[in-house]
Design a protein around this ligand. Sequence first.
Ligand code: PAF
Length: 281
Amino acid sequence: MDICRTPSELRSHLKWLRKQGLSVAFVPTMGYLHAGHMSLIDRAASEAKRVIVSIFVNPTQFGDPQDLESYPRDVAHDLEMLEAANVEAVFLPSVEDIYPEGAETIVETMRLANVLHGEVREGHFRGVATVVAKLFNLVQPDVACFGEKDYQQLQVIRQMVRDLHFPIRIVGCPTVREPDGLALSSRNVRLTPEDRQAALVLSRSLDRAEELATAGATVEEIASTVTDMIVAEPRAALRAVDVTEALTLSPASGKPSGPLALMLSAEFGGILLIDQREVSP
Ligand code: PAF
């Protein structure tokens, strides 16, 4: 496995791959890899001949410097996992490589970035779109894989790829969960055992929402049931319950006529967790 620490190292590796006519699938990450990331890598391996992974904790998508500072990191362990997964190359750029002095270009999906979670995490999706656009330009993959857990992020990236004519196919991959239902996240290691137990309310309320949607409930009934369930958990500080049309993330109301996206976020002991599910009535 090649470790490319600079854009020029990455470029020469890519040149060599392309010369052999090998297709490339890309999985961008912020490291501290877990089974959720590995499922993206498995999917990537089935989509192209070679897989490239980036590890970059992107400062522009963190609102709170403390959150950036405390984001878990273990590059040595990540590299072991990537080597075992037969990844072709890992791109490990520095902040200066991605945001060189004087950089002033940003990428923003104007509507999608500023609704729902984007309203409460000001600038977050602008940071995501900007870094993913830069990584796409550097890696130039044929296909890129993203988790459906970050549902709004996935839609932001799909929109950006369409709007900016990136010749890249975006594959959304299902959320990977612990046996008890907790969605895998690098943030989970920061939860106390009590908060981890309390966080199960997220997947439980998604299960309930799915039951309600299948039974023909309205969007308002689904949203209020989920809100009540999370508010009833004393260790949870609810941040958002969003029930929207899937794909466009436009507001939904009444009896849904098509698939809905349910997106939840809540803090447990100050750790922000998100979870989502797409449900069809
Ligand atoms: O989902 C993530 O880990 C990040 O938001 C991403 C896509 C790697 C961009 O920094």
